[in-house]
Write a protein that binds this ligand. Sequence first.
Ligand code: NDP
Ligand code: MG
Length: 394
Amino acid sequence: MPLLPTSAPSPISNVVVLGATGSIGRSTLDVVAHDQGKRLKVWGLAANSGWQQLIEQAREFRPRYITLADPDAAAQVDGQLRGTGVELLSGPDAVEQMVSAPEVERVLSAVVGAAGLRGTWAALEAGKIVALANKETLVVAGPLVMDLARRRGATILPVDSEHSAIYQALKAGQPREVKRVILTSSGGPFRGKTTRDLCEVSPEQALKHPTWKMGKKISIDSATLMNKALEVIEARWLFGLEPEQIEVVVHPESIVHSMVEFVDGSVIAQLSPPDMRLPIQYALYYPDRVEGPCDKLDLTKPHTLHFEPPDVETFPCLELGFEVMRRGGTAGAALNAANEVAVERFLAGEIRFLDIPRACRAVLEHHTFDSRPTLDALWRVDAWARQELFRWNS
Ligand code: NDP
Ligand code: MG
């Protein structure tokens, strides 16, 4: 019998997980645990203030470094790592230091909000492969981030399930052959409701997502459809698309994660049960595919897949996203910062669910637009928009 060709064993990839204690961070560590040290090794873990959980993760995965953005939380770690070989990096440059180490191959960027931009930026500047869950990075600074990646020879691999699906589907043709991309949306917990139904929605109701288990901020974004708005902007910069090439369709089963239509009318989709560990795994092993911990789709059992247009009247955030995607410049930074604070205030019971799009629109309309901002200018818009939204009253 002829010998089958054997491929050389792949080297170990050292991975840094930014936002390790969150929903995506924990799913990432689950993928790494499943790997059993064959291909993936945790080099660094970063969180904000959740030091107890970070220490537990450090004891299990034995990274070289951990870091906490909150100095009070970092102060609690003293002595807890003795005998583990894990070191706490502190100070304002800790994340930069961790992600730019020559030993690091991949950085999984899963901090929530614009706060994730700094670590992502440092990883790209260091020329790393960035598995990007933090969509806000591209919403705030898409053109600058993509330009940085090009200049530094860095790679961005999307982790957001829709963008991972599009990334995979795009391999079926040439960039010039792409007619449009179709992002799917579950429709969130309030699909089918009217504006009237949504007047008195509580944070608890809005946090209950029908198909995905996620952090609080993205759960509220999914209920308002702001998440899809942010994803439309993310898609534009990530794939270099024209605004009219991006569409959204509601698909409540969350099985088809997105689609690409080519000029010949062929539509290529990626399907799987909803589990973020799959796009995370795809980005951690790319360009290889491996067996992983996720359930497989069994289409021998009855399945029905629905598709319907989004209800843009009940969910005005989606239109805001399309507007901002078309405008570019500082609009993404203004919308994102306004939304972050609006979500915080909604969760704190200070504003109502329907105030989120209203407040975001008000801030967006008042901001001083700049079509070609620098990174510093974007941070100034971010700070201004936060202040405005803290002051906003219905
Ligand atoms: P979580 O709220 O569950 O986790 C957020 C993580 O970020 C935590 O580790 C938190 O640390 C850390 N963090 C928060 N603020 C800071 C800060 N200022 N500096 C450093 N670290 C910080 O969020 P998710 O995991 O749900 O989402 C993470 C990102 O991934 C978001 O951008 C989201 O849009 C995106 N995403 C998430 C999906 C999901 O299924 N959850 C799907 C697709 C995209 P600590 O625990 O210490 O507070
Ligand atoms: Mg998504």
